[in-house]
Design a protein around this ligand. Sequence first.
Ligand code: DC
Length: 230
Amino acid sequence: MNGHYAIAIDGPSGAGKSSLARACAKAFGFLYVDTGAIYRTVGLAAYRRGIDRKDETAVAAMLPEIRITMGYNAAGEQRMYLDEEDVSAEIRLPEISICASDVSALPAVRSYLLEMQRKLARENNVIMDGRDIGTVVLPEAELKIFLTASAEARAERRMLELNAKGVEAKFEDVLRDIRYRDEQDSNRDVAPLKPAGDSVLVDTTEIDFAASEALLRSIIREKLGVEEIA
Ligand code: DC
């Protein structure tokens, strides 16, 4: 504890981490930090430069040449900037999801982003979502939640989300990408996706968004003893 509360939410892609974490952050007045967006920005940078995203030497050589920053707009939404350009929409494209998963397996990338994430938690009450927040980034977090759902349920939700944004996506393709990322994110050597020993497991396969949000809010109230502001 450093004078601020930290809530870590980890889990596989498409489990609803970001929407739920954002809603809970608003309810308690915490800062929401989507760490996947930071990895996505590194993935986009490598993609744009045509760098082999599995070549650690090449990706590591790129890191000092790019500038990644984040900010929040008036609506409180996190925005990502690559060399001052707002890339918040582009990093959501399906091909960039794969690039993000690829670069996130590289130790050089993970250590490069570690301090950026920890600094946010030192300076704010945060709800931070990712894959290794409870295990590596914020092992002292007051509350750790491992949020999961079946691959099919996650693919269905992700497909609807992409379609709603006007990005055409087929269920089979989204499911294949989710399985690729599950496999890679869970089996990499460094900071693999796994529940922290002291995390609370929440499976949303059978419950909708509203019920999942209510459940998380009650866990936060109970474990942290904090009141909702909204
Ligand atoms: O949460 P997301 O789908 O936006 O994350 C994109 C990729 O980044 C994901 O495949 C795994 C990686 N990632 C990670 O390794 N560690 C994090 N803390 C967050 C994301």
